[in-house]
Write a protein that binds this ligand. Structure first.
Ligand SMILES: CCCCCCCC/C=C\CCCCCCCC(=O)N[C@@H](CCCCN)C(=O)O
Ligand SMILES: [Zn+2]
Ligand SMILES: [Zn+2]
Length: 512
Protein backbone atom coordinates (compact mmCIF):
# COMPACT_ATOMS: atom_id res chain seq x y z
CA UNK A 1 0.00 0.00 0.00
CA UNK A 2 2.62 2.57 1.13
CA UNK A 3 4.81 1.56 -1.78
CA UNK A 4 1.98 2.52 -4.15
CA UNK A 5 1.35 5.87 -2.52
CA UNK A 6 3.49 7.97 -4.93
CA UNK A 7 1.72 6.27 -7.85
CA UNK A 8 -1.73 6.97 -6.35
CA UNK A 9 -0.83 10.58 -5.63
CA UNK A 10 0.46 11.04 -9.18
CA UNK A 11 -2.79 9.62 -10.55
CA UNK A 12 -4.87 11.91 -8.33
CA UNK A 13 -2.86 14.97 -9.37
CA UNK A 14 -3.08 13.95 -13.05
CA UNK A 15 -6.85 13.48 -12.72
CA UNK A 16 -7.18 16.87 -11.08
CA UNK A 17 -5.06 18.60 -13.74
CA UNK A 18 -6.98 16.86 -16.53
CA UNK A 19 -10.36 17.85 -15.06
CA UNK A 20 -9.14 21.42 -14.69
CA UNK A 21 -7.87 21.43 -18.28
CA UNK A 22 -11.18 20.08 -19.62
CA UNK A 23 -13.20 22.59 -17.56
CA UNK A 24 -10.97 25.44 -18.72
CA UNK A 25 -11.32 24.35 -22.34
CA UNK A 26 -15.13 24.17 -22.05
CA UNK A 27 -15.25 27.58 -20.35
CA UNK A 28 -13.03 29.16 -23.01
CA UNK A 29 -14.93 27.56 -25.91
CA UNK A 30 -18.29 28.62 -24.47
CA UNK A 31 -17.01 32.16 -23.86
CA UNK A 32 -15.77 32.68 -27.41
CA UNK A 33 -18.68 30.94 -29.11
CA UNK A 34 -21.47 32.24 -26.89
CA UNK A 35 -24.32 33.52 -29.12
CA UNK A 36 -25.13 37.22 -29.30
CA UNK A 37 -28.71 38.09 -28.43
CA UNK A 38 -28.36 41.67 -29.54
CA UNK A 39 -29.66 42.95 -32.86
CA UNK A 40 -28.21 45.84 -34.82
CA UNK A 41 -30.22 49.05 -34.39
CA UNK A 42 -32.87 49.68 -37.05
CA UNK A 43 -31.99 52.04 -39.87
CA UNK A 44 -34.84 54.37 -38.99
CA UNK A 45 -33.50 56.75 -36.38
CA UNK A 46 -35.02 59.81 -34.79
CA UNK A 47 -34.93 62.19 -37.72
CA UNK A 48 -35.90 65.86 -37.71
CA UNK A 49 -39.48 65.83 -39.01
CA UNK A 50 -40.20 62.91 -36.68
CA UNK A 51 -38.75 64.53 -33.61
CA UNK A 52 -40.58 66.03 -30.64
CA UNK A 53 -38.34 68.68 -29.08
CA UNK A 54 -38.45 69.37 -25.34
CA UNK A 55 -39.22 73.00 -26.11
CA UNK A 56 -40.34 75.67 -23.65
CA UNK A 57 -44.02 74.92 -24.12
CA UNK A 58 -43.68 71.18 -23.47
CA UNK A 59 -41.38 71.70 -20.50
CA UNK A 60 -43.82 74.22 -19.03
CA UNK A 61 -46.62 71.64 -19.36
CA UNK A 62 -44.50 69.04 -17.62
CA UNK A 63 -43.53 71.49 -14.85
CA UNK A 64 -47.21 72.28 -14.28
CA UNK A 65 -48.04 68.57 -14.09
CA UNK A 66 -45.50 68.16 -11.28
CA UNK A 67 -47.09 71.02 -9.35
CA UNK A 68 -50.32 69.07 -8.72
CA UNK A 69 -49.87 67.38 -5.35
CA UNK A 70 -51.66 64.17 -6.31
CA UNK A 71 -50.37 62.23 -3.31
CA UNK A 72 -51.58 58.75 -2.39
CA UNK A 73 -51.14 58.11 1.33
CA UNK A 74 -52.91 54.87 2.21
CA UNK A 75 -55.29 52.56 0.40
CA UNK A 76 -58.36 54.68 -0.33
CA UNK A 77 -56.74 57.80 1.11
CA UNK A 78 -55.57 60.13 -1.62
CA UNK A 79 -55.97 63.75 -2.63
CA UNK A 80 -59.29 63.90 -4.53
CA UNK A 81 -59.28 67.67 -5.11
CA UNK A 82 -55.75 67.66 -6.54
CA UNK A 83 -56.60 64.69 -8.75
CA UNK A 84 -59.69 66.47 -10.06
CA UNK A 85 -57.61 69.58 -10.80
CA UNK A 86 -54.92 67.51 -12.49
CA UNK A 87 -57.53 65.78 -14.68
CA UNK A 88 -58.86 69.21 -15.76
CA UNK A 89 -55.31 70.38 -16.45
CA UNK A 90 -54.65 67.37 -18.66
CA UNK A 91 -57.82 68.05 -20.62
CA UNK A 92 -56.83 71.68 -21.20
CA UNK A 93 -53.21 70.88 -22.02
CA UNK A 94 -53.83 68.47 -24.88
CA UNK A 95 -56.58 70.10 -26.94
CA UNK A 96 -56.13 67.96 -30.05
CA UNK A 97 -56.34 64.71 -28.12
CA UNK A 98 -59.44 65.89 -26.27
CA UNK A 99 -61.28 67.21 -29.32
CA UNK A 100 -60.41 64.50 -31.83
CA UNK A 101 -63.35 62.42 -33.09
CA UNK A 102 -60.97 59.45 -33.03
CA UNK A 103 -60.52 59.69 -29.26
CA UNK A 104 -62.93 58.51 -26.60
CA UNK A 105 -62.03 59.43 -23.03
CA UNK A 106 -63.63 57.79 -20.04
CA UNK A 107 -63.09 58.94 -16.48
CA UNK A 108 -63.05 55.72 -14.51
CA UNK A 109 -63.34 55.32 -10.73
CA UNK A 110 -63.78 59.12 -10.40
CA UNK A 111 -60.26 60.17 -11.40
CA UNK A 112 -58.54 57.51 -13.49
CA UNK A 113 -58.37 58.13 -17.22
CA UNK A 114 -58.93 55.68 -20.04
CA UNK A 115 -58.42 56.93 -23.60
CA UNK A 116 -59.31 54.91 -26.66
CA UNK A 117 -57.78 56.14 -29.90
CA UNK A 118 -59.66 54.47 -32.72
CA UNK A 119 -57.42 52.80 -35.28
CA UNK A 120 -58.36 52.66 -38.96
CA UNK A 121 -58.00 48.88 -39.13
CA UNK A 122 -60.52 47.21 -36.82
CA UNK A 123 -59.05 43.78 -37.54
CA UNK A 124 -55.93 44.63 -35.51
CA UNK A 125 -55.92 43.97 -31.76
CA UNK A 126 -55.58 47.16 -29.69
CA UNK A 127 -52.58 47.82 -27.46
CA UNK A 128 -52.27 49.85 -24.29
CA UNK A 129 -49.80 52.31 -22.74
CA UNK A 130 -50.20 52.72 -19.00
CA UNK A 131 -49.02 55.08 -16.29
CA UNK A 132 -50.46 56.75 -13.21
CA UNK A 133 -51.59 60.15 -11.94
CA UNK A 134 -50.63 59.75 -8.29
CA UNK A 135 -47.33 60.08 -6.47
CA UNK A 136 -45.91 59.03 -3.10
CA UNK A 137 -45.65 61.53 -0.23
CA UNK A 138 -42.60 63.68 0.38
CA UNK A 139 -39.92 62.81 2.91
CA UNK A 140 -37.09 64.98 4.22
CA UNK A 141 -38.42 68.13 2.56
CA UNK A 142 -35.52 70.19 3.90
CA UNK A 143 -33.04 68.09 1.92
CA UNK A 144 -34.57 68.75 -1.48
CA UNK A 145 -32.45 70.90 -3.80
CA UNK A 146 -35.66 72.39 -5.21
CA UNK A 147 -39.13 72.36 -3.66
CA UNK A 148 -40.65 68.90 -4.25
CA UNK A 149 -43.80 70.13 -6.01
CA UNK A 150 -42.16 72.94 -7.95
CA UNK A 151 -41.18 71.21 -11.17
CA UNK A 152 -38.26 73.63 -11.07
CA UNK A 153 -35.69 73.47 -13.87
CA UNK A 154 -32.16 73.46 -12.45
CA UNK A 155 -28.91 72.59 -14.25
CA UNK A 156 -30.72 70.65 -16.97
CA UNK A 157 -32.99 68.71 -14.57
CA UNK A 158 -36.66 69.09 -13.71
CA UNK A 159 -37.10 68.49 -9.99
CA UNK A 160 -40.16 67.19 -8.26
CA UNK A 161 -42.22 64.27 -7.00
CA UNK A 162 -43.49 62.32 -9.99
CA UNK A 163 -40.78 63.30 -12.46
CA UNK A 164 -39.57 59.69 -12.77
CA UNK A 165 -42.52 57.95 -11.06
CA UNK A 166 -44.50 58.40 -13.20
CA UNK A 167 -45.76 61.71 -14.58
CA UNK A 168 -42.98 61.51 -17.18
CA UNK A 169 -44.72 58.65 -18.97
CA UNK A 170 -48.21 60.04 -18.48
CA UNK A 171 -47.25 63.42 -19.96
CA UNK A 172 -44.76 61.92 -22.42
CA UNK A 173 -47.30 59.56 -24.00
CA UNK A 174 -49.92 62.33 -24.20
CA UNK A 175 -47.37 64.66 -25.83
CA UNK A 176 -46.63 61.94 -28.39
CA UNK A 177 -50.32 61.44 -29.13
CA UNK A 178 -50.97 65.19 -29.35
CA UNK A 179 -48.03 65.53 -31.78
CA UNK A 180 -49.29 62.66 -33.90
CA UNK A 181 -52.93 63.72 -34.02
CA UNK A 182 -52.08 67.34 -34.73
CA UNK A 183 -50.42 66.04 -37.89
CA UNK A 184 -53.75 64.47 -38.81
CA UNK A 185 -52.35 60.99 -38.44
CA UNK A 186 -54.81 58.26 -37.62
CA UNK A 187 -53.15 55.15 -36.21
CA UNK A 188 -54.00 51.88 -37.92
CA UNK A 189 -54.15 49.98 -34.66
CA UNK A 190 -56.45 51.06 -31.86
CA UNK A 191 -54.54 52.38 -28.89
CA UNK A 192 -55.53 52.71 -25.25
CA UNK A 193 -53.90 55.06 -22.76
CA UNK A 194 -54.66 53.99 -19.19
CA UNK A 195 -53.78 56.22 -16.24
CA UNK A 196 -54.73 54.95 -12.78
CA UNK A 197 -55.06 57.38 -9.89
CA UNK A 198 -53.96 55.20 -6.94
CA UNK A 199 -51.10 53.03 -8.23
CA UNK A 200 -48.97 53.90 -5.23
CA UNK A 201 -51.46 52.28 -2.88
CA UNK A 202 -52.24 49.23 -4.98
CA UNK A 203 -54.47 50.51 -7.78
CA UNK A 204 -57.61 49.08 -6.18
CA UNK A 205 -59.84 52.02 -7.16
CA UNK A 206 -58.10 53.03 -10.40
CA UNK A 207 -56.32 50.40 -12.51
CA UNK A 208 -58.52 47.67 -11.05
CA UNK A 209 -61.62 49.48 -12.36
CA UNK A 210 -59.94 50.20 -15.71
CA UNK A 211 -59.19 46.46 -15.97
CA UNK A 212 -62.82 45.64 -15.15
CA UNK A 213 -64.15 48.11 -17.74
CA UNK A 214 -61.96 46.61 -20.48
CA UNK A 215 -62.89 43.08 -19.42
CA UNK A 216 -66.59 43.96 -19.58
CA UNK A 217 -66.01 45.33 -23.09
CA UNK A 218 -64.52 41.94 -23.95
CA UNK A 219 -61.28 43.61 -24.95
CA UNK A 220 -58.17 41.54 -25.65
CA UNK A 221 -55.01 43.61 -25.80
CA UNK A 222 -52.08 42.76 -28.10
CA UNK A 223 -49.59 44.16 -25.63
CA UNK A 224 -49.40 46.43 -22.62
CA UNK A 225 -46.54 48.72 -21.66
CA UNK A 226 -46.45 50.24 -18.17
CA UNK A 227 -43.82 51.98 -16.05
CA UNK A 228 -40.92 49.73 -15.15
CA UNK A 229 -37.22 49.19 -15.24
CA UNK A 230 -35.02 51.87 -16.81
CA UNK A 231 -32.15 52.09 -19.26
CA UNK A 232 -29.28 51.40 -16.88
CA UNK A 233 -26.00 53.28 -17.01
CA UNK A 234 -23.60 51.39 -14.76
CA UNK A 235 -26.39 49.48 -13.02
CA UNK A 236 -25.42 45.96 -14.05
CA UNK A 237 -22.04 44.53 -13.01
CA UNK A 238 -19.71 44.08 -15.99
CA UNK A 239 -21.85 46.02 -18.47
CA UNK A 240 -20.28 49.27 -19.61
CA UNK A 241 -22.80 50.06 -22.36
CA UNK A 242 -26.28 51.41 -21.72
CA UNK A 243 -28.55 48.51 -20.81
CA UNK A 244 -32.26 48.79 -21.55
CA UNK A 245 -34.00 46.58 -19.00
CA UNK A 246 -37.36 45.38 -20.28
CA UNK A 247 -39.28 43.70 -17.48
CA UNK A 248 -41.16 40.71 -18.85
CA UNK A 249 -42.29 39.67 -15.37
CA UNK A 250 -42.82 41.20 -11.97
CA UNK A 251 -42.00 40.03 -8.49
CA UNK A 252 -44.86 39.12 -6.20
CA UNK A 253 -45.25 40.67 -2.79
CA UNK A 254 -46.26 39.71 0.72
CA UNK A 255 -46.87 42.33 3.36
CA UNK A 256 -46.97 40.91 6.86
CA UNK A 257 -48.01 42.46 10.14
CA UNK A 258 -45.99 40.94 12.97
CA UNK A 259 -47.63 41.34 16.33
CA UNK A 260 -46.66 40.45 19.89
CA UNK A 261 -49.03 40.83 22.84
CA UNK A 262 -47.61 40.39 26.35
CA UNK A 263 -48.45 41.65 29.76
CA UNK A 264 -47.64 45.36 30.21
CA UNK A 265 -47.29 47.24 33.47
CA UNK A 266 -45.11 49.49 35.56
CA UNK A 267 -41.60 50.07 34.19
CA UNK A 268 -40.13 49.63 37.69
CA UNK A 269 -41.02 45.90 37.76
CA UNK A 270 -40.22 44.50 34.29
CA UNK A 271 -40.43 40.82 33.38
CA UNK A 272 -37.43 39.22 31.70
CA UNK A 273 -39.00 39.58 28.22
CA UNK A 274 -41.26 42.28 26.82
CA UNK A 275 -43.45 42.52 23.71
CA UNK A 276 -40.90 44.94 22.27
CA UNK A 277 -37.97 42.62 23.04
CA UNK A 278 -39.70 39.53 21.60
CA UNK A 279 -40.61 41.33 18.40
CA UNK A 280 -37.14 42.85 18.07
CA UNK A 281 -35.58 39.38 18.23
CA UNK A 282 -37.97 38.10 15.56
CA UNK A 283 -37.18 41.04 13.27
CA UNK A 284 -33.51 40.64 13.89
CA UNK A 285 -33.69 36.95 12.90
CA UNK A 286 -35.46 37.87 9.67
CA UNK A 287 -32.78 40.42 8.79
CA UNK A 288 -29.99 37.99 9.67
CA UNK A 289 -31.51 35.17 7.59
CA UNK A 290 -32.25 36.45 4.10
CA UNK A 291 -34.41 34.31 1.86
CA UNK A 292 -32.39 31.88 -0.28
CA UNK A 293 -30.38 33.21 -3.18
CA UNK A 294 -32.30 32.03 -6.27
CA UNK A 295 -30.13 33.70 -8.85
CA UNK A 296 -30.06 31.75 -12.08
CA UNK A 297 -33.42 30.05 -11.64
CA UNK A 298 -35.66 32.76 -13.16
CA UNK A 299 -35.70 35.37 -15.94
CA UNK A 300 -32.58 36.99 -14.43
CA UNK A 301 -30.49 34.13 -15.88
CA UNK A 302 -31.66 35.08 -19.37
CA UNK A 303 -30.61 38.67 -18.65
CA UNK A 304 -27.03 37.44 -18.19
CA UNK A 305 -27.19 35.45 -21.42
CA UNK A 306 -28.54 38.42 -23.35
CA UNK A 307 -25.60 40.61 -22.41
CA UNK A 308 -22.86 37.98 -22.03
CA UNK A 309 -21.02 38.74 -25.28
CA UNK A 310 -20.97 42.46 -24.51
CA UNK A 311 -19.62 42.21 -20.99
CA UNK A 312 -16.20 43.18 -19.80
CA UNK A 313 -13.80 40.47 -18.65
CA UNK A 314 -14.05 38.58 -16.36
CA UNK A 315 -17.85 38.98 -16.32
CA UNK A 316 -18.05 37.76 -19.89
CA UNK A 317 -16.53 34.44 -18.83
CA UNK A 318 -18.88 34.14 -15.87
CA UNK A 319 -22.04 35.04 -17.81
CA UNK A 320 -21.20 32.66 -20.68
CA UNK A 321 -20.73 29.84 -18.21
CA UNK A 322 -23.53 30.10 -15.70
CA UNK A 323 -23.63 26.27 -15.64
CA UNK A 324 -20.39 26.54 -13.65
CA UNK A 325 -20.26 30.04 -12.21
CA UNK A 326 -23.87 30.63 -11.23
CA UNK A 327 -23.08 30.52 -7.47
CA UNK A 328 -20.27 33.04 -7.93
CA UNK A 329 -22.51 35.41 -9.93
CA UNK A 330 -25.23 34.91 -7.31
CA UNK A 331 -22.78 36.07 -4.66
CA UNK A 332 -21.69 39.10 -6.72
CA UNK A 333 -25.34 40.08 -7.20
CA UNK A 334 -26.15 39.70 -3.53
CA UNK A 335 -23.63 42.36 -2.51
CA UNK A 336 -25.58 45.47 -3.60
CA UNK A 337 -29.24 46.20 -2.81
CA UNK A 338 -30.18 46.93 -6.42
CA UNK A 339 -28.70 43.66 -7.72
CA UNK A 340 -29.61 41.61 -4.64
CA UNK A 341 -33.25 42.37 -5.52
CA UNK A 342 -32.75 40.19 -8.62
CA UNK A 343 -31.25 37.32 -6.69
CA UNK A 344 -33.83 36.60 -4.04
CA UNK A 345 -37.06 37.36 -2.26
CA UNK A 346 -36.24 40.53 -0.35
CA UNK A 347 -37.22 41.43 3.20
CA UNK A 348 -37.81 45.08 4.07
CA UNK A 349 -38.78 46.14 7.55
CA UNK A 350 -41.05 49.12 6.89
CA UNK A 351 -42.82 49.86 10.18
CA UNK A 352 -42.13 49.28 13.87
CA UNK A 353 -44.53 50.61 16.48
CA UNK A 354 -44.75 50.10 20.22
CA UNK A 355 -45.08 52.01 23.44
CA UNK A 356 -47.08 54.97 24.66
CA UNK A 357 -45.02 56.39 27.53
CA UNK A 358 -41.45 56.27 28.84
CA UNK A 359 -42.37 54.49 32.10
CA UNK A 360 -45.06 52.13 30.78
CA UNK A 361 -44.17 48.62 29.56
CA UNK A 362 -45.96 48.30 26.26
CA UNK A 363 -48.35 45.33 26.10
CA UNK A 364 -48.14 45.37 22.30
CA UNK A 365 -45.48 45.63 19.60
CA UNK A 366 -46.21 45.69 15.89
CA UNK A 367 -43.99 45.61 12.82
CA UNK A 368 -44.65 45.46 9.09
CA UNK A 369 -42.49 43.46 6.71
CA UNK A 370 -42.62 44.06 2.96
CA UNK A 371 -41.38 41.04 1.00
CA UNK A 372 -40.89 41.15 -2.78
CA UNK A 373 -41.13 37.59 -4.00
CA UNK A 374 -38.68 36.17 -6.54
CA UNK A 375 -40.46 34.95 -9.72
CA UNK A 376 -39.53 31.35 -8.93
CA UNK A 377 -40.89 31.41 -5.37
CA UNK A 378 -44.41 31.75 -3.94
CA UNK A 379 -46.38 33.46 -1.18
CA UNK A 380 -46.67 30.14 0.69
CA UNK A 381 -42.93 29.47 0.52
CA UNK A 382 -42.13 32.91 1.90
CA UNK A 383 -44.62 32.54 4.75
CA UNK A 384 -43.23 29.11 5.64
CA UNK A 385 -39.65 30.42 5.60
CA UNK A 386 -40.49 33.34 7.92
CA UNK A 387 -42.30 31.09 10.39
CA UNK A 388 -39.32 28.75 10.55
CA UNK A 389 -36.83 31.58 10.99
CA UNK A 390 -38.83 33.34 13.72
CA UNK A 391 -39.64 30.06 15.44
CA UNK A 392 -41.62 31.72 18.20
CA UNK A 393 -45.38 31.15 18.59
CA UNK A 394 -45.71 34.42 20.53
CA UNK A 395 -45.08 36.32 17.28
CA UNK A 396 -48.28 36.37 15.24
CA UNK A 397 -47.94 36.72 11.47
CA UNK A 398 -50.94 38.40 9.83
CA UNK A 399 -51.12 38.82 6.08
CA UNK A 400 -51.92 42.41 5.11
CA UNK A 401 -51.77 41.89 1.38
CA UNK A 402 -50.15 39.53 -1.07
CA UNK A 403 -49.82 38.75 -4.76
CA UNK A 404 -47.90 35.91 -6.40
CA UNK A 405 -45.17 36.72 -8.94
CA UNK A 406 -46.62 37.56 -12.36
CA UNK A 407 -46.52 35.24 -15.34
CA UNK A 408 -43.61 35.84 -17.74
CA UNK A 409 -44.47 37.56 -21.01
CA UNK A 410 -42.99 36.31 -24.26
CA UNK A 411 -39.60 37.72 -25.27
CA UNK A 412 -36.85 37.16 -27.81
CA UNK A 413 -37.04 36.62 -31.54
CA UNK A 414 -40.24 34.60 -31.35
CA UNK A 415 -42.15 37.46 -29.81
CA UNK A 416 -43.07 40.15 -32.36
CA UNK A 417 -44.16 42.60 -29.66
CA UNK A 418 -40.94 42.23 -27.69
CA UNK A 419 -38.90 42.67 -30.89
CA UNK A 420 -40.92 45.76 -31.79
CA UNK A 421 -40.26 47.17 -28.34
CA UNK A 422 -36.55 46.38 -28.72
CA UNK A 423 -36.49 48.12 -32.11
CA UNK A 424 -38.20 51.22 -30.68
CA UNK A 425 -35.74 51.36 -27.79
CA UNK A 426 -32.86 51.17 -30.26
CA UNK A 427 -34.31 54.06 -32.24
CA UNK A 428 -33.92 56.24 -29.16
CA UNK A 429 -30.80 54.51 -27.80
CA UNK A 430 -28.92 53.16 -30.86
CA UNK A 431 -25.97 51.98 -28.77
CA UNK A 432 -27.91 50.36 -25.96
CA UNK A 433 -28.12 46.66 -25.27
CA UNK A 434 -31.65 45.43 -24.69
CA UNK A 435 -32.43 42.62 -22.30
CA UNK A 436 -35.44 40.95 -20.74
CA UNK A 437 -35.49 41.07 -16.97
CA UNK A 438 -38.07 41.22 -14.21
CA UNK A 439 -39.45 44.12 -12.25
CA UNK A 440 -38.29 44.22 -8.65
CA UNK A 441 -41.13 46.54 -7.60
CA UNK A 442 -44.82 46.36 -8.46
CA UNK A 443 -47.00 48.13 -11.00
CA UNK A 444 -50.64 48.54 -11.98
CA UNK A 445 -50.16 45.72 -14.51
CA UNK A 446 -51.30 43.28 -11.79
CA UNK A 447 -54.84 44.47 -12.66
CA UNK A 448 -54.36 43.88 -16.37
CA UNK A 449 -53.10 40.29 -16.34
CA UNK A 450 -56.26 38.84 -17.89
CA UNK A 451 -56.27 41.38 -20.73
CA UNK A 452 -53.02 40.39 -22.39
CA UNK A 453 -50.32 37.76 -22.28
CA UNK A 454 -47.72 40.28 -23.47
CA UNK A 455 -47.15 42.74 -20.63
CA UNK A 456 -43.94 44.77 -20.41
CA UNK A 457 -42.69 47.24 -17.82
CA UNK A 458 -40.15 49.75 -19.04
CA UNK A 459 -39.15 53.37 -18.41
CA UNK A 460 -37.44 54.91 -21.44
CA UNK A 461 -35.01 57.06 -19.43
CA UNK A 462 -31.40 56.52 -18.35
CA UNK A 463 -30.65 55.85 -14.68
CA UNK A 464 -27.30 55.65 -12.92
CA UNK A 465 -26.78 53.92 -9.55
CA UNK A 466 -26.91 57.30 -7.78
CA UNK A 467 -30.36 57.94 -9.30
CA UNK A 468 -31.99 54.85 -7.75
CA UNK A 469 -32.57 56.38 -4.28
CA UNK A 470 -34.54 59.17 -5.99
CA UNK A 471 -37.43 56.71 -6.56
CA UNK A 472 -39.82 57.50 -3.69
CA UNK A 473 -36.90 59.44 -2.16
CA UNK A 474 -35.36 62.85 -1.95
CA UNK A 475 -34.56 64.97 -5.02
CA UNK A 476 -36.59 62.99 -7.52
CA UNK A 477 -35.73 64.54 -10.88
CA UNK A 478 -35.48 63.91 -14.61
CA UNK A 479 -33.07 65.49 -17.05
CA UNK A 480 -34.54 67.48 -19.91
CA UNK A 481 -32.70 65.13 -22.25
CA UNK A 482 -34.37 62.13 -20.65
CA UNK A 483 -37.82 63.71 -20.82
CA UNK A 484 -37.24 64.41 -24.51
CA UNK A 485 -36.30 60.74 -24.99
CA UNK A 486 -39.48 59.69 -23.18
CA UNK A 487 -41.73 61.71 -25.51
CA UNK A 488 -39.92 60.47 -28.59
CA UNK A 489 -39.93 56.87 -27.40
CA UNK A 490 -43.74 56.89 -27.15
CA UNK A 491 -44.04 58.66 -30.48
CA UNK A 492 -41.91 56.03 -32.24
CA UNK A 493 -43.71 53.25 -30.44
CA UNK A 494 -47.09 54.46 -31.70
CA UNK A 495 -45.71 54.80 -35.22
CA UNK A 496 -44.08 51.36 -35.07
CA UNK A 497 -47.30 49.75 -33.89
CA UNK A 498 -48.80 50.62 -37.26
CA UNK A 499 -46.33 48.30 -38.96
CA UNK A 500 -47.43 44.69 -39.27
CA UNK A 501 -46.65 42.88 -36.02
CA UNK A 502 -44.95 39.99 -37.64
CA UNK A 503 -41.64 38.42 -36.90
CA UNK A 504 -39.03 40.87 -38.14
CA UNK A 505 -35.84 39.73 -39.78
CA UNK A 506 -32.75 40.84 -37.93
CA UNK A 507 -29.04 40.58 -38.64
CA UNK A 508 -28.12 38.00 -36.02
CA UNK A 509 -31.48 36.34 -35.90
CA UNK A 510 -30.20 32.82 -36.36
CA UNK A 511 -28.22 33.11 -33.19
CA UNK A 512 -31.09 34.45 -31.11
C1 LIG B 1 -28.67 43.82 -12.99
C2 LIG B 1 -29.33 45.02 -13.27
C3 LIG B 1 -29.42 45.92 -12.12
C4 LIG B 1 -30.54 46.83 -12.31
C5 LIG B 1 -30.76 47.54 -11.17
C6 LIG B 1 -31.95 48.34 -10.89
C7 LIG B 1 -33.09 48.37 -11.66
C8 LIG B 1 -34.11 49.12 -10.94
C9 LIG B 1 -35.35 48.86 -11.56
C10 LIG B 1 -36.42 49.46 -11.23
C11 LIG B 1 -36.56 50.40 -10.14
C12 LIG B 1 -37.69 51.24 -10.41
C13 LIG B 1 -38.68 51.17 -9.39
C14 LIG B 1 -39.86 51.94 -9.85
C15 LIG B 1 -40.98 51.52 -9.08
C16 LIG B 1 -42.22 52.14 -9.54
C17 LIG B 1 -43.43 51.39 -9.15
C18 LIG B 1 -43.79 51.50 -7.69
O1 LIG B 1 -43.36 52.36 -6.96
N1 LIG B 1 -44.62 50.61 -7.23
C19 LIG B 1 -45.06 50.48 -5.87
C20 LIG B 1 -46.47 49.96 -5.86
C21 LIG B 1 -47.05 49.96 -4.51
C22 LIG B 1 -48.36 49.28 -4.47
C23 LIG B 1 -48.88 49.18 -3.07
N2 LIG B 1 -48.47 48.01 -2.45
C24 LIG B 1 -44.16 49.49 -5.14
O2 LIG B 1 -43.68 48.55 -5.74
O3 LIG B 1 -43.94 49.69 -3.95
ZN1 LIG C 1 -45.03 54.40 -10.34
ZN1 LIG D 1 -43.93 54.54 -7.11
Amino acid sequence: MWANLPRILTLVVRGFVLTLAVLTAVVVIRTVTFPSYQTSPPECKTTDPDFIPADEERLARFTSAIQFQTVSYERGVGTPQELAKFVRFIQKSFPTVHSSPMVRRDVVGNYSLLYRVEGSDASLQPYMLASHLDVVPITEEANWEAPPFSGQLKDGYIYGRGTIDAKHSLMGSLEALEFLLSRRHQPKRTLYLAFGHDEETGGHFGAKVIGDVLTQRGEKIAFILDEGSPVGDGLAPGVSKLLALVSVAEKGFLQLRLEVNEEGGHASMPRSESAIGILSKAISKLEDNPHPNMFGTGPEARMMEYVATEMTLPYRILASNLWLFSPLVAWVYSRKPQTNAFARTTTALTRFNAGVKDNVISPEAVAVIDHRIHPMSSVEEVMEFDRKVINDPRVKLNVINNRPPSPTSPYGKDSPTYMMLQETIQQIYPDALVTPTFMVANTDTRHYLNLSSAIYRFNPYVMTPSDLPRFHGVNERISVQNYERVMNFYYHLIVNMDKPLELKRHGHEDEL
